[in-house]
Design a protein around this ligand. Structure first.
Ligand code: C2E
Ligand code: CA
Ligand code: CA
Ligand code: CA
Length: 278
């Protein structure tokens, strides 16, 4: 038994060493990719009830040679290493430049772009100033920039989060609460935050049509949005059944593979061509 135990320890040490090595290697990779501009953004469309394009969520992609590294893999490392701060400003800059370019064409002028913001980014003392600077430098319309924050992020330091959110909204920026419903946070605290939108997490959307409890949760979030005058968007809409169920429940905004996948700007172009001038 003693022998086996020692063997196990060696095995775990080895595993830990491997993990540490992988992390260090990814961290170095992120640093290089930032320098070499190897990241790009893809855009996933968001639609209203009539199927009209409302805007897009910007999602980062890292093509590392042959391999497409998932953000689920490298974002956590960018966060723990602090590299998410410069990477996040790069993402915001790209998104704002795109917004500014759309703003110049009547057909695309009303489109909005949602950008994901990590806890570590919001914690940066310069965050609000940097966002203001990026908006000014790009001359993007602030009203069409939406920042997606998560519950767990905001609750880490609620008074500071609230104050930063307030300052961002004073710039005209919209704020969406991403993955809503997964954080088990106090509704009392959440409803007192300056928000524009709730984003229903895909875990509640996935079972729609099969699970009446999931439907009850979705309906509750839709009612909450109604009562608080917040927009509500459902994400992860993958099937006709989910889409129809959401429509029947009164959901007004949709995002998911059933409607459109995250795509490059070039791939988005045909969709933009169909937009009517507002
Ligand atoms: P998220 O913010 O919850 O983003 C939604 C994820 O769901 C995206 O994965 C999107 O591609 C995927 N998705 C969209 N529609 C569907 C669908 O119908 N079914 C399913 N199963 N999935 C769908 P992605 O792009 O791999 O991003 C994963 C996570 O990585 C994001 O989750 C977000 O937390 C983070 N992330 C992605 N881009 C950025 C970024 O630019 N900045 C930061 N800070 N985080 C990012
Ligand atoms: Ca998001
Ligand atoms: Ca989400
Ligand atoms: Ca998520």
């Amino acid at each position: 038994a003693k022998q086996a135990g020692r063997h196990q320890v060696c095995y775990y040490n080895h595993r830990l060493q491997e993990q540490a090595h992988k992390r260090a290697e990814l961290e170095e990779g992120i640093r290089l990719a930032l320098e070499q501009q190897a990241f790009r953004l893809v855009y996933q469309p968001q639609f209203d009830q009539q199927g009209q394009l409302l805007g897009v969520e910007a999602l980062i992609r890292w093509q590392r040679g042959e391999e497409l590294v998932s953000p689920a893999e490298f974002i956590p490392i960018a966060e723990s290493s602090g590299l998410i701060v410069p990477l996040g400003y790069w993402i915001l800059t790209q998104a704002c430049q795109q917004l500014a370019s759309w703003a110049q064409q009547p057909a695309t002028a009303a489109l909005r772009i949602a950008v994901n913001i990590s806890a570590r980014q919001l914690q940066d003392a310069q965050f609000v100033d940097q966002v203001r600077h990026i908006l000014l430098a790009s001359s993007a319309p602030a009203q069409q920039l939406e920042l997606e924050l998560t519950e767990s992020l905001l609750l880490q330091d609620l008074p500071v989060s609230r104050s930063k959110m307030q300052q961002l909204r004073e710039l005209g920026i919209r704020i969406s609460l991403d993955d809503f419903g997964t954080g088990f946070s106090s509704l009392h605290q959440l409803v007192h935050l300056p928000l524009d939108q709730l984003k229903i997490d895909q875990s509640f959307v996935a079972p729609l049509g099969q699970d009446t409890k999931a439907a009850a949760v979705v309906q509750t979030i839709l009612d909450l949005g109604d009562n608080l005058s917040l927009e509500v968007i459902a994400e992860g809409v993958e099937t006709e059944v989910q889409y129809q169920t959401l429509l029947k429940m009164g959901c007004e905004q949709f995002q998911g593979y059933y409607l459109a996948r995250p795509m490059s700007l070039e791939a988005l172009e045909p969709l933009l061509q169909t937009l009517k001038i507002q």
